[in-house]
Ligand binder design. Structure first.
Ligand SMILES: Nc1ncnc2c1ncn2[C@@H]1O[C@H](COP(=O)(O)OP(=O)(O)OP(=O)(O)O)[C@@H](O)[C@H]1O
Ligand SMILES: [Mg+2]
Length: 291
């Protein structure tokens, strides 16, 4: 069930109070102070942001004396509001494999169905946040690290978040996976052969790379490490050998998201759990607490 954090000490919340009341009390306290409610002031300031010397800090990387500030609205509550689960759909594949095209198509499909989405696209991010980075191995790693953290922020807010980056190195993708909670990171492998991508070559980059005008080009003079266990693999051709359209690919991903329970209220069971529950409760009444 949803866990809700609240800055009001439990003793100050009347027993019949629900979570909303707790939030209201917190708001009143901020507006008028605890004395106005006829209660003693708490020993420690209720808001972490203004709390004093009792709170510990630590050093992370080059950042010293910092402390994680927990959101007062739990992620689960945001997901319930949106009727979906936040996740990171990490598209990976060669340049020209269709990451941007399929992610964009999927975003439209999700939007039409009333889902909140966010799409972080490789070229777009390099226009701003990552414009200081090039395409060396070190810069590619830093590119992915930053995108991974930004994507995670969107997923924390409950959005179905898509990223479309070549992200050629397995270790970099795994680094993002490890930063995410279990089930939050879904690797989407665009399994499109190099010959197909090179024939498309919409930006003329393969031609330039073959001519030696671009260095470190993935698939030509830089490696692409395909995922070993992607959650979703998007194949180029149908079983009977026909090329697949971007819409067909996006619909495949949409179906998987739906089946896995990402596109419904997190209190709702997934299809698998729903089946198990129906077997359990012969009267057909769903007991969400069991899930
Ligand atoms: N399923 C598909 N069938 C045919 N053409 C496609 C398909 N998917 C994408 N394309 C076309 O392939 C080209 C490359 O697609 P896209 O730009 O989405 O690739 P990308 O993986 O994002 O590449 P990059 O890494 O360079 O950004 C585009 O011209 C797009 O219209
Ligand atoms: Mg792209």
């Amino acid at each position: 069930m949803a866990s809700t954090r609240c800055c009001v000490p439990a003793a100050q919340i009347p027993s019949r109070c629900c979570r909303r009341s707790a939030v209201r009390v917190a708001a009143q306290q901020q507006a008028t102070g605890p004395a106005a409610l006829g209660r003693p002031a708490p020993a420690v300031a209720v808001n972490n942001a203004v709390a004093g010397p009792h709170l510990s800090t630590k050093d992370v990387g080059n950042s010293t004396n910092i402390r994680w500030h927990e959101s007062m609205v739990a992620r689960r509550d945001k997901e319930m509001l949106l009727g979906q689960r936040g996740c990171v759909l990490w598209f990976t594949g060669l340049s020209g494999s269709g990451k941007s095209t399929v992610a964009c198509t999927l975003e439209h499909l999700l939007h039409e169905r009333g889902h909140l989405t966010s799409l972080l696209d490789g070229d777009n991010i390099r226009h701003g946040l990552n414009k200081d980075l090039g395409f060396s191995a070190a810069d590619r790693t830093e590119n992915i690290r930053r995108i991974g953290d930004v994507a995670k922020l969107f997923a924390d807010a409950g959005a179905v978040t898509m990223t479309s980056f070549i992200s050629p190195y397995r270790a970099d993708r795994d680094m993002v996976r490890q930063r995410c909670q279990p089930g939050e990171f879904l690797e989407v492998f665009m399994n499109i052969p190099l010959e197909v991508c090179e024939a498309r070559d919409p930006k003329g980059l393969y031609k330039k790379a073959r001519a030696g005008l671009i260095k470190n080009f993935t698939g030509i003079d830089d490696p692409y490490e395909a995922p070993t266990q992607p959650e979703i693999t998007v194949d180029c051709f149908t079983a009977d050998g026909h090329p697949r359209s971007p819409l067909d690919m996006a619909e495949q991903i949409l179906q998987i998201l739906d089946d896995m329970g990402y596109l419904r209220d997190p209190r709702m069971p997934t299809l698998a759990a729903y089946g198990a529950l129906q077997r359990k409760n012969s009267d057909g009444v769903l007991d969400y607490a069991q899930l």
